[in-house]
Design a protein around this ligand. Structure first.
Ligand SMILES: *[C@@H]1O[C@H](CO)[C@@H](O)[C@H](O)[C@H]1NC(C)=O
Length: 222
């Protein structure tokens, strides 16, 4: 039973160990698309994050943005580099929404001198003067940032068909194990009960016998 649980969580631990870096309180990894025309497809990036058991980054707090900034600077990304996030305003314009965490964007850090965009667009981050600022994007960015957060659905979506079948079989096995275990523990209980019933009837019989003997003995005396 233990080994099947381990098996289910194996893909998780692999992904974490291989591509994700711990930054602040979260796990992230930064990827580029490696496409010649340098045209960034937000949907491709989102899909790619899903494949890695993660989502495009949702920067919910200023602290998270500052942690990412430190990380980006330590990795030596050059001035002006842009990073795609899960933020967009296609459903909520002019407000922005984190697609990854399914929450509203609650703070502003737009590039100084620019206004919050009013048209429907994506939200990307840009490194300017060693600071990560929010910036309107129409689907073009140098890199995209994936953020790992444990979610059963996300794990499921990251698995391919074969792995899904194996996991389903493992879950079914696990279920059978549990069922067997439950049947195994209820059976002796039933036997115990039978024993008890037998004992009671036996002792009742022996009691009757004793009474008979007692009466016989007494009758002799009389
Ligand atoms: C970046 O720094 C330069 C020089 O200090 C300054 O002129 C410029 O306005 C700064 N840009 C932003 C977006 O803060």
């Amino acid at each position: 039973m233990k080994s099947s649980i381990f098996f289910i969580f194996l893909p998780l631990s692999c992904f974490c160990d291989s591509v994700f870096d711990r930054i602040g309180n979260g796990y992230y990894f930064i990827e580029s698309e490696h496409i010649d025309e340098h045209y960034f497809d937000w949907f491709f990036a989102r899909q790619d994050c899903w494949r890695h058991t993660s989502n495009l980054v949702s920067v919910e707090t200023v602290e998270e943005l500052k942690d990412l900034e430190k990380y980006v600077l330590s990795k030596g990304y050059s001035e002006g580099t842009t990073f795609a996030t899960s933020g967009h305003s296609f459903r909520t314009a002019p407000d922005f929404w984190w697609d990854g965490s399914d929450e509203a964007v609650t703070f502003d850090l737009w590039v100084p001198g620019t206004q919050k965009p009013t048209r429907k667009s994506y939200l990307s981050l840009q490194l300017i003067n060693s600071t990560l600022y929010m910036q309107e994007s129409l689907g073009q960015a140098d890199y995209y940032i994936c953020e790992y957060k444990f979610s059963a659905t996300r794990v499921w979506m990251s698995l391919n068909e074969n792995t899904r079948t194996i996991v389903l079989m493992a879950l079914m096995l696990l279920w059978v194990f549990i069922l067997c275990y439950l049947i195994g523990t209820t059976k002796p209980r039933r036997e115990k009960l039978d024993d008890q019933e037998k004992l009671i009837t036996e002792s009742r019989d022996s009691q009757d016998l004793k009474e008979v003997i007692f009466q016989k003995n007494n009758s002799f005396k009389i």
